[in-house]
Write a protein that binds this ligand. Structure first.
Ligand SMILES: [Zn+2]
Length: 485
């Protein structure tokens, strides 16, 4: 139905938009961030970050829902944030979870960040803020599409040394982390609140606790195994099951340097430990628990944490590990596995990469292997995650912590190339899902976006970048704190 009136209105509309585009300065006069009517908390967070970034750059910005944003003023840019399901008609449905596409032509009246899911919107928004905003405001057209190289990018931390868990999770989201493993010796009271907040930032929570760590056990003693199994399941049932979370992490055989130390009888074990490899001892100890846990809590991922020292020559038998358990390896060699980021030499690094390869194949096809990097650890201990909001207290804590960051940042700056190389090696391992966690403990990342943590996050997103250039870029991001520069 082409009535003359409709034709005229269409022509006026076309003319108006042409004039708007032609009269636009390279810097928009104002930006309206348009979000779906039923935007998730993750998308709302992304929109809030974008609004803050535009305002900081001196651009008037407001936030509107799709249904509230029908008119467009002259010089106004409509900046749409949407997950692909909202934009299926626009042909963006091929974006995968976490993936995003940014379309922001310089000087045009429309721009968009489309995500394969809500997290994709968040990651696209944060990369736009960190990497492209300055260029965009200067008129550079931004068109890019990105997906993470490591699917699960996490922080592993003692829960009792989190000073403000909301801010920690906010800063994690800002650097595209999507998982946190929170470790406690005693189950925290506010587990449920922490997990609920993490969901609003697109971050899955894994609850960690010990399974015989530091306790005298004999892994071949079926009675002891039964006792510990009950303890693990009871702890999860009473504290964590209702809190919500994606996974559970048990740490076994920690900080022991030979398999003989797994057993409290040492070399005199009457139950047969001495004749078994480290891999056999581990599978024997873990499998009955995995069986029982998976039966009672189906769908909760089971991470089996161990330190690598004792496994160097003793990996056989690890292929017997229940496939429902995913191995999480710590302490498998040089930085980035070492606490000290300066302690890396070509030889030790090469030995470490060789061991990482053996670990990944030790479980056989289908077995998943996760890795934990170090080099960002200040301390551990404590009880419940805290929610300190007193700025004076937090600022003073961060000021003191800067001293501890000094040698660590120096090490990360010097050896980032090794860390990036290790991420590339992990990316190419024959394992079903790639996951790397970094120990960031008692480090006040909730108060300061320290450069090494941001760099670590970026290495997991895309390790195929020149580290020197990336460090220069990251240290110029307004919120990033370098204690070296
Ligand atoms: Zn024994």
């Amino acid at each position: 139905m082409n009535s003359p009136r409709i034709m005229r209105r269409a022509a006026v509309g076309f003319l108006a938009s042409t004039i708007v585009a032609a009269s636009l300065h390279t810097t928009p006069r104002s930006v309206t961030i348009v979000i779906p009517d039923r935007a998730s908390p993750v998308v709302l967070f992304a929109a809030g970050e974008l609004q803050t970034a535009f305002k900081r750059a001196g651009v008037a910005t407001e936030l509107k829902k799709q249904s509230e944003s029908s008119t467009q003023a002259e010089g106004e840019v409509r900046f749409a944030l949407s997950p692909a399901r909202e934009r299926a008609a626009a042909g963006s449905d091929s974006l995968k979870p976490q993936e995003y596409a940014v379309h922001a032509p310089g000087g045009a009246s429309e721009a968009s960040i489309t995500g394969g899911d809500d997290r994709g919107v968040l990651y696209g928004t944060m990369d736009f803020i960190h990497d492209h905003l300055t260029g965009y405001l200067a008129g550079t057209p931004i068109d890019c599409r990105e997906a993470p190289h490591i699917a699960t990018r996490g922080i592993w931390t003692w829960g009792g040394r989190i000073y403000n868990y909301e801010r920690l999770l906010d800063n994690m989201a800002r650097w595209k982390f999507n998982s946190i493993c929170v470790w406690h010796r005693f189950a925290p009271k506010n587990a449920r609140a922490l997990a609920a907040y993490a969901r609003t930032r697109g971050i899955g929570v894994v609850w960690g606790y010990a399974w015989g760590w530091g306790m005298p056990v004999c892994p071949s003693d079926s009675l002891e195994r039964e006792t510990w199994k009950r303890y693990i399941i009871e702890t999860y049932r009473t504290t964590y099951a209702a809190a919500g979370g994606e996974g559970v992490y048990f740490q076994t055989f920690t900080e022991v340097y030979s398999k003989t130390q797994f057993c409290r009888f040492g070399e005199k074990c009457p139950n047969g430990c001495t004749n078994k490899s480290a891999g056999e001892l581990l599978s024997g100890w873990v499998n009955p628990l995995v069986e029982a846990f998976a039966k009672e809590f189906p769908g909760v991922r089971i991470y089996c944490g161990v330190h690598g020292h004792a496994f160097h020559e003793s990996l056989q038998g690890l292929d017997r590990l229940d496939r429902r358990a995913e191995m999480v390896w710590e302490d498998v060699g040089a930085f980035p596995f070492d606490y000290n980021p300066e302690a890396v030499r070509e030889k030790t690094f090469n030995e470490t990469t060789e061991f990482v390869g053996r670990l990944a194949s030790a479980q056989g096809p289908g077995g998943n292997t996760l890795f934990v990097f170090k080099g960002m650890v200040m301390g551990w201990g404590g009880f419940d995650p805290m929610l300190v909001t007193d700025e004076v207290v937090l600022t003073e804590l961060a000021r003191k912590r800067a001293q501890s960051w000094l040698p660590l940042e120096t090490g990360w700056r010097e050896n980032a190339g090794y860390e990036f190389q290790m991420v590339r090696i992990i990316e190419n391992l024959p394992i079903p899902e790639r996951a790397v966690y970094g120990l960031v403990e008692d480090a006040l990342f909730e108060v300061r976006q320290w450069l090494p943590v941001a760099l670590f996050a970026e290495s997991l997103w895309n390790p195929h970048r020149d580290t020197e250039g990336l460090i220069k870029h990251i240290e110029n991001v307004p919120d990033v704190v370098s204690v070296v520069r």
